[in-house]
Design a protein. Structure first.
Length: 411
C-alpha cells in the first residue's frame, strides 16, 4: 500500500494556537503532505503566511470582520464566548461540506473542540466514510464551564482514533480525567520556537526594544490572562520579592481573557504599582522574543494547567523558570535543573523561590543554559512532524474502519 501523504486537514476553529498550527502544518508540508488548515480569522494580530499549505476560513468570519459584532466581542470575553457558541455550528457545517469535496478520505486533526457534543457528531460521520480523526489535547477542562464541558469532552476524545499529548505525564492525566484508553494516547513532543525564534539580543538591547528602563531584575508573566494562570498569587508574592530586591519589576504581557480590574485592585492594595508593568493586549509575534530576552526569570504560577506554550518559548530562549507543580509543567521544568517548582496557589513559596534565584546570578545563568539545551535536545518541529505523520499512516494504512491501532509514545 502506498504511503499516506494526505489529505490532512488541521482544525483550529478559534485560531487559539496559531503559531503551533502554523509550525505543524508547514512542517508536515515539508514532508510532502497535502495539508489544509481550517480556522478563523485571527482575533488578535495578523495571520501567519502559510508555507506550503492551504488556509480555509470556515469559522467566525462575521464575528471578526469590522463592525458591531467585533467591537462587542473585543469588549467582553463573555459576549465573545456567547457569539462564538452561536456561530460554531455553522462553521462545523462549512467544514463538513469542505471535507466532502475531497476525492479520498484522509485525516482530520482537531486542535480544539469548542462544542464537543457537535464535534462528536462530525467525527462519527467522518469515520463512517473512511476518515480518521486525531485530536490534540491542549486543555482537558477549560474554566469556567468545566463541569458542563467535561462529560462531553470525555465522549469526544473517546470517539476519535487517536489523542495526541505532549508528555508522558499528560498521557496519564488524559487517561485518568478523560477516560481515554491507553491504546489511543500518543505522546508526541511539541516542536521548537519556530516563528518565535527572533534575533538574538542582549538583555539591555531587548529591554530597550520594548521600552523597559532600569537595571534591576525583571520577572516576566506572559500570555493570555485567565483565572487558571495564577497571576493573583504572583502579585501577592511581590511585596516579599520587593523586600529583598526593591528595584525588581514584574512585566505582565498578554491579552486579558477576563476582567483585569481585580488584578489592578490587588496591585493598588499592596502598593506595588511602581514595580508592576502591565502591557495588556496581544503581543505581536515579532515582539515576543524581546520580552523573554529582556527578562531574568519567567514565572508560571498556574493553578491548573495541561501544558503552557509559554514554557517552550522560555526554554528555547534560554530563560530559567519558576513554575508550579501542576499538569505537565514538571515534564519540562525540572526542579533544580532549569528552574524551580513550587506548590500551586501559594504566594509565600513562590516568592521564596524567586528570591532564591535572584540572589544567585550564576545559578540563573546555568539554569537558563540548561533550558536552552533541553529545548534543543528534545523539541524540533521536523521530528514532531515526522512522528505525527507516522501516526497518520498507522491509522490510515493499518486500521480497519472504525478501529484505532494500539500505539505508544511517538518518541
Amino acid at each position: 500500500m502506498a504511503e499516506f501523504t494526505g489529505p490532512v486537514t488541521v482544525l483550529d476553529p478559534g485560531n487559539f494556537s496559531p503559531q503551533y498550527t502554523a509550525n505543524l502544518c508547514s512542517s508536515l508540508a515539508q514532508l510532502s503532505v497535502d495539508v489544509t488548515l481550517i480556522t478563523s480569522p485571527p482575533q488578535f494580530g495578523a495571520m501567519l503566511s502559510p508555507r506550503g499549505y492551504r488556509v480555509e476560513y470556515c469559522f467566525f468570519q462575521h464575528l471578526y470582520a469590522p463592525g458591531l459584532l467585533r467591537s462587542a466581542a473585543a469588549r467582553s470575553p463573555r459576549i465573545r464566548t456567547l457569539l462564538k457558541a452561536c456561530a460554531y455550528p455553522f462553521g462545523l457545517a462549512s467544514t463538513k461540506r469542505l471535507l466532502g469535496l475531497q476525492e479520498l478520505p484522509g485525516v482530520l486533526h482537531y486542535q480544539w473542540a469548542h462544542w464537543p457534543i457537535l464535534d462528536h457528531a462530525l467525527v462519527a460521520r467522518l469515520r463512517r466514510t473512511g476518515w480518521r480523526v486525531v485530536a490534540t489535547a491542549h486543555e482537558f477542562a477549560p474554566p469556567p464551564f468545566s463541569s458542563l464541558w467535561q462529560p462531553q469532552a470525555r465522549r469526544f476524545y473517546r470517539s476519535v482514533d487517536g489523542v495526541v499529548v505532549h508528555s508522558a505525564r499528560l498521557a496519564e492525566k488524559a487517561g485518568a480525567e478523560l477516560d481515554i484508553p491507553r491504546s489511543r494516547l500518543h505522546v508526541i513532543a511539541r516542536g521548537d520556537l519556530g516563528v518565535f525564534q527572533g534575533a538574538p539580543l542582549t538583555r539591555e538591547e531587548a529591554r530597550a526594544q520594548i521600552g523597559i528602563t532600569g537595571s534591576g531584575p525583571v520577572l516576566l508573566f506572559f500570555g493570555m490572562i485567565k483565572p487558571n494562570k495564577g497571576l493573583a498569587h504572583l502579585l501577592l508574592a511581590m511585596p516579599a520579592i520587593l523586600g529583598e530586591f526593591p528595584d525588581a519589576r514584574l512585566v505582565i504581557a498578554g491579552e486579558p481573557m477576563e476582567k483585569f480590574d481585580r488584578y489592578r485592585a490587588i496591585i493598588q492594595r499592596l502598593g506595588t504599582s511602581r514595580s508592576v508593568i502591565a502591557r495588556l493586549g496581544y503581543v505581536k509575534d515579532d515582539e515576543v522574543s524581546a520580552y523573554f530576552q529582556a527578562s531574568d526569570l519567567v514565572v508560571l504560577p498556574h493553578t491548573e494547567s495541561v501544558l503552557s506554550g509559554v514554557v517552550w518559548i522560555a526554554m528555547g530562549l534560554g530563560r530559567p523558570i519558576v513554575g508550579t507543580n501542576v499538569g505537565g509543567l514538571s515534564d519540562l521544568v525540572k526542579d533544580e535543573v532549569n528552574g524551580l517548582l513550587v506548590p500551586p496557589g501559594s504566594p509565600a513559596p513562590l516568592a521564596h523561590a524567586i528570591v532564591r534565584l535572584l540572589r544567585d546570578p550564576g545559578q540563573l545563568e546555568r539554569m537558563g543554559n540548561r533550558s536552552r539545551e533541553r529545548s534543543l535536545a528534545g523539541h524540533q518541529w521536523s521530528q514532531t512532524a515526522k512522528e505525527t505523520l507516522g501516526l497518520y499512516r498507522r491509522l490510515m494504512n493499518h486500521c480497519p474502519s472504525g478501529q484505532a491501532k494500539s500505539v505508544t509514545s511517538g518518541t
